[in-house]
Design a protein around this ligand. Structure first.
Ligand SMILES: Cc1cc2nc3c(=O)[nH]c(=O)nc-3n(C[C@H](O)[C@H](O)[C@H](O)COP(=O)(O)OP(=O)(O)OC[C@H]3O[C@@H](n4cnc5c(N)ncnc54)[C@H](O)[C@@H]3O)c2cc1C
Length: 422
């Protein structure tokens, strides 16, 4: 029987959309090019707890959740300048377990899955796949960065791609591991995050739980920097106390704001396929889960993909576009700039917490007197940062005026290019 909704991609965004649409009474079919047990992200991601609430999904519990309220030490270069962030609500989630949980809940809610089926083409009516033609009421593209492109959106250029890697490794020498973290004044269990070592937009993020070391790296290789996987290898060469890999993976993350249209006609795009990524740190899980909920709600309300597009752009587009403005600014920073930032106090703990937890900067408003003082004492930094903050605020405001009429979108998008950069 023809499904109401056909979803391409059974990763976090696709599996969540499948579950949430089925829960609202729709007949859902979901395909993935890979075996279901290897669909989506296969590593550990930091995801803010509030995003699960917003998406209407239960929060991860151990063993899916790997941390318990750890402190996050953001170190400028190799230190010593730092910002320490507490109570941020970011959970370290084993994505293999989260994807499996979403897929099984979806199957229990009546979703049918077909694995190892790849999309070959789409004419707006019928999806050509390796398993033959498929039809549906609505087609959802949740096939990631290099997926099926059902909406015909342009590919993301190389200089907007973050090459990231994440691994969980055994530790051979507990004492050496503890000494490494102690040398940076970080207690075991907490996150030690070096920023700016491979370009302004780069991190090496480490956490030791007494048994395993979690390593996350990311950078923009098109700017001449070593990629995330190369940064992992460099770190391992310098750290003989780190043992074999338990699991992990590497891939590119899109660092551009969401496409100006994420739903029209009978087609919607979700997650990385829509560039729904918080680009300030390359985080796509929360935006993808929340978009899945908004899509399911819009379809249940008979508003179709266009209704989802309008709801999503007006509610979240501005957040992600203003994060993109900051992301591009961060790419211009040297290690010394990052250090000056940390020492100036411009990014106080509350602003940093809001940024880390993917919350609006207004939640860090209590830091503003301190930020203003930091800016006043650093006119060179202030002259670079103030125009960026202005563009962030203007981009956010522009999304509140996202047009209801699809014909007005190109003019709206052209104005956005002038505000936030093309
Ligand atoms: C190393 C690393 C670390 C990261 N860390 C974080 C983090 O800490 N926090 C965070 O929020 N985000 C993080 N991200 C980003 C996050 O993992 C992605 O944004 C997220 O996985 C995107 O989910 P998705 O469901 O949109 O797409 P995907 O996970 O890419 O899933 C897409 C699915 O579609 C399938 N597919 C593709 N093409 C086709 C086709 N033609 N036909 C059928 N099926 C197809 C694929 O097989 C895949 O299963 C990280 C990314 C990397 C690489």
């Amino acid at each position: 029987m023809r499904p109401d909704v056909l979803i391409v991609g059974a990763g976090t965004a696709g599996a969540a959309a499948a579950l949430l649409c089925a829960e609202r009474g729709m007949r859902v079919h979901c395909i993935d090019a890979r075996p279901l047990e290897s669909a989506g992200a296969r590593w550990v991601n930091g995801v803010p707890g509030w995003a699960f609430d917003e998406a209407g999904l239960p929060r991860p519990e151990p063993p899916e959740r790997l941390d318990v309220d750890v402190r996050f030490h953001l170190i400028a270069g190799e230190g010593p300048s730092r910002v320490t962030i507490e109570d941020h609500g970011l959970m370290e989630v084993d994505m293999r377990r989260l994807v499996a949980r979403l897929q099984s809940a979806a199957a229990r809610a009546g979703v049918t899955f077909q694995e190892q089926v790849r999309v070959l083409g789409f004419d707006g009516e019928t999806l050509e796949t390796t398993a033959g033609p498929l039809q549906a009421g609505v087609f959802v593209d949740a096939s990631g960065l290099r997926g099926a492109r059902l909406l015909g959106s342009p590919p993301v250029p190389r200089d907007r791609l973050c090459a990231a890697a994440q691994e969980l490794r055994r530790v051979r020498d507990d004492q050496a591991a503890r000494a490494f973290f102690a040398a940076h004044d970080v207690r075991p269990g907490d996150v030690l995050c070096f920023t700016g070592l491979a370009g302004g937009f780069s991190i090496t993020n480490l956490r030791y739980d007494g048994e395993h070391l979690a390593i996350l790296t990311g950078s923009i290789p098109a700017q001449g920097n070593p990629s995330g996987p190369v940064m992992v290898q460099d770190f391992l060469r310098r750290s003989p106390w780190v043992g074999e890999r338990v699991f992990g993976g590497a891939r590119a993350i899109p660092l551009r704001r969401p496409y100006a249209v994420v739903g029209r006609g009978r087609v919607a795009a979700l997650g990385d396929a829509a560039c729904q990524v918080h680009t300030a740190h390359g985080s796509g899980i929360a935006p993808g889960l929340i978009a899945a909920r908004m899509l399911a709600d819009a379809l249940a309300a008979d508003e179709g993909p266009a209704g989802y597009n309008l709801r999503w752009q007006r509610r979240w587009g501005g957040e992600l576009a203003s994060a993109e403005v900051f992301c591009r600014f961060s790419q211009t920073l040297t290690v010394d700039d990052v250090r000056a930032f940390a020492e100036s106090g411009i990014m106080g703990p509350r602003l940093s917490r809001a940024m880390l937890a993917q919350r609006p900067p207004l939640e860090g408003v209590a830091d503003l007197p301190r930020s203003a003082w930091g800016l006043a004492r650093n006119p060179a930094l202030a002259s670079r940062l103030l125009p960026v903050l202005t563009r962030m605020a203007r981009a956010r405001a522009h999304y509140a005026r996202y047009p209801r009429d699809p014909e007005a979108v190109p003019a709206w998008a052209a104005r956005l290019d002038r505000i936030a950069g093309a």
